[in-house]
Design a protein around this ligand. Sequence first.
Ligand SMILES: Cc1ncc(C[n+]2csc(CCOP(=O)(O)OP(=O)(O)O)c2C)c(N)n1
Ligand code: SF4
Ligand SMILES: [Mg+2]
Length: 301
Amino acid sequence: MSYIDVLRESKNVMTPGSSACQGCGGELVTRRVMQIAGPNSVYAVPPGCMAGAGTVGWNYKSGIHAPIHITLLDNTAAFLTGVSEMYQRKGRADVNMVAIAGDGASADCGFQSLSGAAERNSKMLYVCYDNEGYMNTGFQRSSTTSLGSRTSTTPIGSAINGKEQQQKYLPLIMAMHNLEYCATASISNMADLVKKIEKGLEASKKGFAYVHIFASCPTGWGYAPQESIDVARRAVKSNAFPLWEKTRDGFKINYDNKKPIPVSEFVKGITKYKTLTEENIASMQRNVDSVYATLKKLAAE
Ligand SMILES: Cc1ncc(C[n+]2csc(CCOP(=O)(O)OP(=O)(O)O)c2C)c(N)n1
Ligand code: SF4
Ligand SMILES: [Mg+2]
């Protein structure tokens, strides 16, 4: 079935009229993941934009047509492990266990819980929507925020010029947990994203599945809402966000970029990168090339 058919024939578990900003990448991720996993699922969503905008909805008039829990920021995977265990014991392995968590809740605050559940191979699909920051509380930097980004805790001024560190590459760290399934996806490549959520759900019946999704944020990053998909596409095309997956058969690059566009093309027009120096861009390019070279080697093995 084509991905259009999958989406057309599935129920929209998230009601229309969420209170996310226009053009929100995280909202698109949440809506699509829930559409594919469906209502026969238990969802766990930690505090963040998607808990606020998607789960609670607008004036309590919209929300999610499925059981959903707002976990703590730092315990999503541990919480869902308990729920998953209970459903197995009750003979309800048919119910999908799905976490939809931000980068802060996954790479920083909730990392211990995430890593623990992954190592135990707990049966669930864990989706991280990565908007590179703590957006819901005022755009603070997270460990996945990229170098040079302007955030509320890494401002642009005389003392510092945006974030001073390179971003943590969480998907590869997760792949090293010997998971049933691990992948990256982007809101710009929907056919690939749908396939990966389907594979992740299938793998979650055997153990832990992880999908890390690029989910650009117009409000926090500073670009027009209608540009979200284009920003995400440029991230993929420049290898700033490469698309790959790791199954039990090994690594595979799903979008092999023969002629990547330079990182300078990706960052163009995005306010959070407004004051990147040439040195910043060169450093980002080296980091991007180095991660991609590592992925190529892993995929060749
Ligand atoms: C332990 C703890 N610290 C801080 C908070 C406040 N808080 C709520 S949502 C949030 C941001 C979460 O960021 P992320 O997971 O990336 O999701 P996003 O807001 O970007 O969607 C923070 C810091 C909290 N709920 N719990
Ligand atoms: S601040 Fe960003 S992540 Fe949060 S709802 Fe708005 S666009 Fe989405
Ligand atoms: Mg975030």
